[in-house]
Design a protein around this ligand. Sequence first.
Ligand code: PAF
Length: 281
Amino acid sequence: MQIVRTVAELRERLAGLRADGGQVALVPTMGALHAGHLALVTEAKARAAHVVVSIFVNPTQFAPHEDFDAYPRREAADARLLEAAGVAVLWAPTVAEMYPQGFATNISVSGVSEGLDGAARPGHFDGVATVVAKLFAQVRPDFALFGEKDYQQLAVIRRMAADLDTGIEIVGVPTQRDDDGLALSSRNAYLSDEERLAARALPRALGEAAAALTAGADVAETLAAGRRRLAEAGFDPIDYFALCDAAALAPLDRFDRPARLLVAARIGRTRLIDNLEVSVA
Ligand code: PAF
């Protein structure tokens, strides 16, 4: 596996891979890799001859008060995992390479990026859409893979990739969970042992709400019960616990179409997000 840090080197390496034939899959990440990221790599390898993984902690998707500085950075350990997983190229640019002096472009996806995390973290999805559009232009992959754990991000990227005629197939990969149900996330590393135990309430509240909705329970009452469950476990604030249209992510007050439950809440100083499909009985 080659680690590349400049766009020029990346282009050269990709030209070599393409000359060998076969398709290219891109797995964009911010590093601190866990089994969730490795599931993306496995899925990428099943689809394409060459897998490129990017590691870039993107400053423009963090608000000034958020955890950009504290975000875990473990490139050497990440590189070992990716090498063992059979990745061809690790694309790890610096901030100056990604955003050179004078950089002035912003990609903003309206509609799907406006509620939920878009409302709780203003500007976040502009940062994500802009950096992912750059990664797409740099790598020009045939496929790009993203975890369903960041469900709204996946919806924003699908919209952006289609709107900009990228021709890239966007693949969503199901959330990987620990034995206790907690969704794998690089931010789980912030949790104390006590918070880690309390955090189990998040997937449980989603599971209970999904089961209740499938059984025909009232949407407003189900969401209120979910919020109560999280508050009792110590989550504060609960940014949202919502039922949304599975594609457009518009909030639903009746479960009458394919839907997703989405939650974001803080335990101690750690903000966790999760989501679950709600199936029809
Ligand atoms: O999900 C992430 O890790 C990031 O938001 C992404 C897609 C790599 C963009 O910085």
